[in-house]
Design a protein around this ligand. Sequence first.
Ligand code: LLP
Length: 425
Amino acid sequence: HPNLSYEGSKGLVMDGTSLTDIASQHGTPCWVISADTLRHRANTLKDAFKARNLPVHCHFAVKAQDHQACLTVLAQCGFGADVVSGGELRRALAAGIKAQDIVFSGIGKTDEELELAVQHQIGQINVESVEELHRLDALARKMQRRARIAFRVNPDIDAKTHSKITTGRAEDKFGIAHDVIPALYRKTQTEMSGVELVGLAVHLGSQMVTDGPFRKGYERIASLVHTLRADGLRISDIDCGGGLGIPYRDETAPPPSMLAEVIAETLGDLDVQLHIEPGRWLAAPSGVLLARVIDVKDAARRFIIIDAGMNDLVRPAMYDSWHGILPLHTPENMEAGDVVDVVGPICESSDIFARQRHLPPLKKGDLVALLDAGAYGTVMSSTYNSRPLAAQVMIGGGKQAVIRKRQTLDELLAQEAVPDWLLHT
Ligand code: LLP
């Protein structure tokens, strides 16, 4: 983690800011996201494609991290957005991302959401089924518009990642089967006036740490392009999806230059506008979740009970995923310490952040950081167990700001109503 280091009495420092200071000022649990790291990674990714001379439009996958401040940083870096709901579309527009730079993916877009997209004339709608195609075509014709679309191809390839984040197998709900694409493509381009079909999109899954699945997927797309062009059909855009993983633990995760290389080798000669939709790679290492040790419980195991739970960061409970954990104070000796379970306060056995992990000694009141929490962290939080949403702080250029106040219990309760008729019976 090049953005994290221990600096004596300041403890763990992220891009120049002491995380202990943040936790003491704003309390815990507290998310910290670094605009500097986010920007740095965005530029690194773009440079990898520039170095290969590949014409690529980058669309940030808003689902990974949807905060307006983060979208603003990425918009400043020239990123568009990949959205999967009307809500994310509104967010992207609100952050100043131009409609033409927005791609809309997702298998269950409602009529209202499609209408919003058509109205704003967004860059591309990735159509995921024949049914959606007909719905969109009719809707756009009614609105006297022509929607720019691509077909999301289901290439029937196993991305070999966690099954809950695998999306490109035939049995997965995503995309249009690759073998029906040619006939459908012809029919769409020759008969449908509500849509302008510009190309193909593919996304195999998330947290992919080898080049194999990417290569297979793009090869399948390339061969489809050749088939379609041989049939006289027009293709100007290919959306390569997201999915580049990061090393949460000790995985060797490939750099963006690998992705650029695979894309160059498989799709580079097709003379198309390329698009990518990365989320995790950009945002995950940009964020941490700070928590305080409530108690150290010595039972059959030593449990470090912290004040963040699966309601804040659900990834370990949901995908058995590993997140690095570091104390915020500078440990006297990184090697010393205990084998512990780090757990949250929620009444579920799955509320565990680390099992039998060797950590420096931790006592009641100590602060810790859960690493790589900038993607699929805040966005998947809930208020389970009536735990208000945690505060979010952005750091950057030596400055810091609260970008989301900690939710209060009053706010939580204020959203509920008890029907009158219940009280007067
Ligand atoms: N494009 C599409 C169509 C997607 O479905 C996704 C992620 C992305 C792009 C961005 O993928 P990324 O670059 O972030 O890998 N909640 C899970 C991850 C779910 C990913 C869903 N789709 C997790 O915490 O691991």
